[in-house]
Design a protein around this ligand. Structure first.
Ligand SMILES: N[C@@H](CCC(=O)N[C@@H](CS)C(=O)NCC(=O)O)C(=O)O
Length: 207
């Protein structure tokens, strides 16, 4: 199995955490993509992922799987250890829902802010920017942090009692927020405590 990615970028981080949670990091060969020089937009890379993004998983039979949710689904089923996607019908549905909320309400909103309202990846790669849209998404991400603070006031993890892909997505969203200089307000105590606890997990601290 191969993972095409860029170390320390937010979406690749999601997969590195998932692999570490399943004790499977050594089962994978990491292949660095020269994203800052546009390798992800070459014909060769687009054949792996037409959406021109990392990470991408390549299976031994040559199948390419992109989208962190799909890659995590594969990792979760392929390796032993506590499930990141849930076991029962209800658990799986709640985790899926909360993952999507963490993705669209925080991670993707922060990414849009980064790419549109800041220099992003630089003028060579940011060929279309809409500053107003970026600012709006940054505002949305900041507001949505309150929602997750409220969730984490009542629940140990984002989707209930167990650590899941929903926690990984929100954590990566906060890492991206830090990178984009979106500060986490100090009154969001539940979110901050959860962030500290996730950062201390061996799967995250060991990266
Ligand atoms: N929805 C995708 C997002 C992938 C993504 O946007 N990755 C970023 C790196 S963190 C990327 O490749 N960006 C390339 C670009 O913006 O040109 C996923 O879940 O994997």
């Amino acid at each position: 199995m191969k993972i095409y990615d860029v170390e320390n970028f937010p979406n690749p981080l999601r997969i590195r955490i998932a692999l570490a949670e399943k004790n499977a990091t050594t089962e994978v060969e990491f292949i660095a993509v020269d994203l800052l020089n546009g390798e992800h937009r070459t014909e060769a890379f687009l054949a792996k992922n037409p959406l021109a993004g990392v990470p991408v998983l390549e299976l031994d039979d040559g199948t390419f799987i992109s989208e962190c949710t799909a890659i995590t689904e594969y990792i979760d089923a392929a390796f032993t250890g506590p499930s990141l996607m849930g076991i029962s019908a209800k658990e799986r549905a709640v985790i899926n829902m909360m993952q999507k909320r963490a993705e669209s309400m925080v991670l993707d909103a922060v990414a849009t802010y980064f790419h549109h309202a800041t220099d992003g990846l630089g003028p060579e790669l940011e060929t279309y920017q809409n500053i107003a849209w970026g600012e709006k998404q940054g505002e949305k991400a900041r507001t949505n942090l309150n929602y997750f603070n409220d969730i984490l006031a009542k629940s140990r993890f984002v989707a209930g009692d167990n650590f899941s892909i929903a926690d990984i997505t929100l954590y990566a969203g906060l890492v991206f927020a830090g990178f984009a200089n979106i500060a986490l307000p100090s009154h969001l105590t539940h979110l901050l405590a959860w962030q500290k606890a996730v950062a201390a997990r061996p799967s995250v601290a060991g990266l």
